[in-house]
Design a protein around this ligand. Sequence first.
Ligand code: 5GP
Length: 173
Amino acid sequence: MKQIISEKDIEKKVREIAEQITKDYADKTPIFVGILNGSFIFLADLVRELGIDLEVDFMKVQSYDGHKSTGTVHLAKDISTEITGRDVVIVEDIIDSGLTINFLVHRINESAPSSVAVATLLFKKEVAQLNFELDYVGFEIPPDYVVGYGLDHNQKMRNLKAIHVLDHQDDLA
Ligand code: 5GP
């Protein structure tokens, strides 16, 4: 396992993103929609750095089996808040192919919110295919499988404080 982003660099980046969001939503009360499970740590750290009123809700989607994308997105838990006319910020841990975030933005737009923004800690820019611009991006990373800071390998390793790339000895089978 090789560390690619340190705990300190994550902290700094989360503060920078929070500062920008605080400016952008100065007189609004956005709803932050965390995408489970991977975004729970990023969301928790991000909202505590924000200087605005806000609400939090969650959606859960599944597209991965182990470390491989299945190519289809399944909605396992929808939001419970009424978002029509509201400002929504989707909070993702990572955008890889873009399949999940394209699905989520489309799904949220169906409820006619006032605005939708996307914040992601990690972005695999080389492989992502998106229909829209991302609003807040932490780090652009190569298309390797990463773990830590909420991101799992077979549900484990989410509690690592830094972001690491798994290599072959780590058994990606
Ligand atoms: P996408 O639909 O963009 O291909 O993938 C999005 C979802 O796949 C993420 O929310 C995350 O759950 C999972 N995923 C994609 N790449 C990685 C990765 O490198 N590590 C981990 N742990 N999960 C990933």
